[in-house]
Design a protein around this ligand. Structure first.
Ligand SMILES: NC(=O)c1ccc[n+]([C@@H]2O[C@H](COP(=O)([O-])OP(=O)(O)OC[C@H]3O[C@@H](n4cnc5c(N)ncnc54)[C@H](O)[C@@H]3O)[C@@H](O)[C@H]2O)c1
Length: 251
């Protein structure tokens, strides 16, 4: 995909592994300096080392993004470390499978805090800096934003909220020099899937409905799309939520 981040600075959340790591790598390979944020210091150090081996430049910042103040501090630290911000990629996310009647208040609030509120508070802090540099925001939603999914009510609600947050911010800033978009991937083979635990008594045929008929979407392909949307090459995109789910939401 045609895309350069030469001379640009990006904040990438969820960068300790999975998709966030690939996004950090993709932007660094495209010439960008990256500020990697996650709650997992070991994973962050590994991503930083991989970027260093690839000849890129990465900073790391450990933060629990479920805390709004930590979101604001992360943006300020990124701006200070890189001298400005050209893009913010909100990749961090969590998922819990549970019967709706058994989902704990803690699981519900944590899902909303990390998947929806954190991107909002990060955007809120970053928008003035991004406007200064004609920059971009890319949020990571999910196919769960578009089709109801059994046993992940909090996750699906958070991702639908994130898709609409993306569109609403895009409208609010439609006259400002900033682009705000989202990617909505289908299932990807990342640590998220490997660590998820299924509750007893679930109907697997309902889960299969949102697993898709073509299998996983490749993580580097999704990372390339995010890297492109975060770059100046994607001038035509604003307020888009791009389905990248190998057909899950097609019908
Ligand atoms: N894996 C999939 O099938 C899939 C499908 C669609 C969308 N997504 C979305 O893609 C994004 C990346 O997911 P992934 O598959 O790479 O998962 P992952 O679990 O591999 O990575 C998520 C990262 O977010 C970090 N994180 C979680 N809570 C945090 C917090 N409170 N503060 C800071 N960092 C935190 C984790 O430490 C981890 O490094 C998520 O937003 C996820 O919802 C994933």
């Amino acid at each position: 995909m045609r895309c350069s981040h030469e001379g640009k600075a990006s904040i990438v959340t969820g960068a300790a592994g999975g998709l966030g790591r690939e996004v950090g790598l993709a932007i660094a390979r495209a010439g960008g300096e990256v500020f990697l944020v996650d709650r997992n210091p070991e994973g962050l150090a590994q991503t930083q080392a991989l970027i260093g081996e690839a000849g890129g430049r990465a900073h790391v910042h450990v933060a629990d993004l479920s805390d709004p103040d930590a979101c604001r501090r992360a943006v300020e630290a990124g701006r200070a470390a890189m001298g400005g911000i050209d893009s913010l990629c909100n990749v961090a996310g969590v998922i819990f499978f549970a019967h709706a009647t058994e989902m704990s208040a803690e699981q519900w609030h944590k899902t909303l805090a990390i998947n929806l509120s954190a991107p909002f508070f990060l955007c809120q802090a970053a928008i003035p800096h991004l406007i200064e540099r004609k920059g971009a925001i890319v949020n990571v939603a999910s196919s769960a934003a578009f089709v109801g999914q059994a046993y992940v009510a909090a996750y699906a609600a958070s991702k639908a909220g994130l898709a609409h947050l993306t569109r609403s911010l895009a409208m609010e800033y439609v006259r400002a020099p900033i682009r705000i978009n989202a990617v909505a991937p289908g299932g990807m083979a990342t640590p998220m899937g490997a660590t998820v635990s299924m509750p007893e008594g679930i109907d697997m045929t309902l889960v299969e409905r949102f697993s898709g008929m073509r299998g996983f979407v490749e993580v580097p392909d999704v990372a390339d799309m995010i890297c492109y949307l975060a770059s100046d090459a994607a001038q035509g995109f604003h307020g888009a939520v791009i389905n990248m789910d190998a057909g899950i939401t097609a019908g």
